[in-house]
Design a protein around this ligand. Structure first.
Ligand SMILES: Nc1nc2c(c(=O)[nH]1)N[C@H]1C(S)=C(S)[C@@H](COP(=O)(O)O)O[C@H]1N2
Ligand SMILES: [Mo]
Length: 427
């Protein structure tokens, strides 16, 4: 087709020329100029001279060996043994928002158990018309839903209360993962058991427990149970991994990870909270006045710069720099994230990769021009309730210094001019 016939060919060619020129200009700042001959360009490389692996080599794939450092890590001094312990998601090395199951943090109180689908039973009893027991196959016959949610352990960032402690976003903020769950609404099962939906349910609760030795029992108010809790059996399209509760776990969107009972075996409708270990001696917060606040379920808005960060230093000189991180809120959707390079004195609005989704991770970017000088990097999240992520000082005024859980304060990384980053605290 000739330019004359289409009528717009000339302008299209001109546009392409313009785009190429603009592209070259933009690239020259970051891409190496081809001055000396680069053997990777000029010489035939081994990988182009033979065959790669056949399609039968890897029936189920793992990341390529060069990505071998993108793994869960634990902090050895944190717990006495590994069966009642935690490891951390390598958030400093991931992008986007979905956490691959293989590197999503694990937290268990008595180890990850092996439970076959055939041996799986879920009992629903208590204040219902018809107590029921579901097999895995039974659960598969109810209408399913798909939702992306983050799961954050209440202890995430818990080691940072007294001062900057752990050198890496993985360790300070890695007790979080974000997956697409497939499952049956808890509401559907409660209806199936004949819970009186027309009656007054305001004083009703569900007590949920797992099949592992710890059982990890928790009480959940009925309003939440009927709202958005999910009996989930798939994550990111495939079966849950053993360590995340295979074959079935409870998903409690936006609320502290401890309530997300894995290997869920029983749901009892009660007329009050059970006051189990996990909701009394653990997961409660001692306030500034020494009195413990009972139950902090929803995880408040929080964010962190994942790169640059101590495990992800800047490895190039001044010029274009992508600053990125994650933001989330257990009360709704993230509407805005600001980034500061000077420890909170001035702020710039970051670009959200997608509009924030309710109770799911949001990826933010600040595409910036780094002048090579030292930065005190911070991020500050805002959610659709109007809540703004607090500074450490603001949080301490309410919470004192004896807290462990629910630390959602603004994090600071000192980034030096050589690109290395360190966990610091600004007052
Ligand atoms: N049955 C059972 N469920 C459990 C736990 C447990 O030890 N046993 N740990 C809880 C805690 S404290 C958290 S933070 C989340 C962690 O989920 P994950 O291991 O999938 O990251 O599971 C919760 N559910
Ligand atoms: Mo947790």
């Amino acid at each position: 087709m000739s330019d004359n016939k289409t009528g717009n060919g000339t302008s299209r060619r001109a546009f392409l020329r313009g785009a190429a020129a603009a592209g070259a200009g933009a690239l020259s700042a970051t891409a190496a100029k081809a001055q000396s001959p680069d053997p990777l360009i000029t010489e035939l490389q081994p990988w182009a001279q033979g065959f790669g692996d056949g399609v039968d080599a890897t029936p189920y794939g793992l990341p390529i060996e060069f990505e071998g450092d993108v793994i869960r890590r634990n902090v050895e001094w944190l717990t006495a043994d590994t069966v009642s312990s935690i490891n951390f998601t390598p958030i400093h090395a991931l992008d986007g928002t979905i956490t691959p199951q293989g590197c999503a943090f694990e937290r268990h109180h008595s180890g990850a158990i092996e439970l076959r689908k055939e041996d799986y039973r879920l009992m629903l009893n208590g204040l219902v018309d018809t107590p029921l027991v579901f097999s895995y196959a039974d659960l598969e016959r109810f209408p399913r839903e798909n939702h992306v949610y983050f799961c954050e352990c209440a202890a995430n960032t818990g080691m940072e209360w007294a001062g900057a402690q752990l050198n890496g976003a993985q360790f300070t903020h890695g007790m979080i993962h974000n997956m697409e769950y497939t499952g049956v609404p808890l509401r559907t099962l409660l209806e199936e058991a004949g819970l009186d939906m027309a009656g007054d349910l305001s004083d009703k609760w569900v007590y949920v427990e797992g099949a592992d030795a710890s059982s990890n029992g928790r009480s959940i108010p009925m309003e939440k149970a009927l709202d958005d809790c999910l009996i989930a059996f798939k994550a990111n399209g495939e079966a849950l991994r053993k360590e995340h509760g295979y074959p079935v776990r409870l998903v409690v969107p936006g609320w502290e990870g401890n309530m997300w009972v894995k290997w869920i075996r029983r749901i009892e409708v009660t007329d009050g909270p059970i006051e189990s270990r996990e909701e009394t001696s653990k997961y409660t917060d001692v306030l500034e006045n020494g009195i413990a606040r009972k139950w902090t379920w929803a995880m408040d808005a929080k964010s962190v710069v994942t790169s640059p960060s101590p495990q992800a230093p800047i490895t190039h000189g001044k010029g274009p720099l992508v600053i990125t991180g994650l933001a989330w809120s257990g009360r709704g959707a993230i509407t805005r994230v600001d980034v500061s390079k000077d420890g909170g004195m001035t702020w710039e609005s970051a670009r959200l990769a997608k509009p924030g989704e309710k109770m799911a991770l949001t990826r933010f970017y600040l595409d910036t021009d780094w002048d090579g000088s030292e930065m005190m990097l911070q991020s500050r999240a805002m959610d659709d309730t109007g809540y703004i992520q607090p500074t450490k000082t603001q949080l301490r005024e309410v919470r004192g210094l004896n807290s462990i859980y629910h630390n959602n304060c603004i994090q600071t990384w000192l980034v030096r001019s050589n690109g290395e980053a360190e966990n610091v605290e600004v007052s």
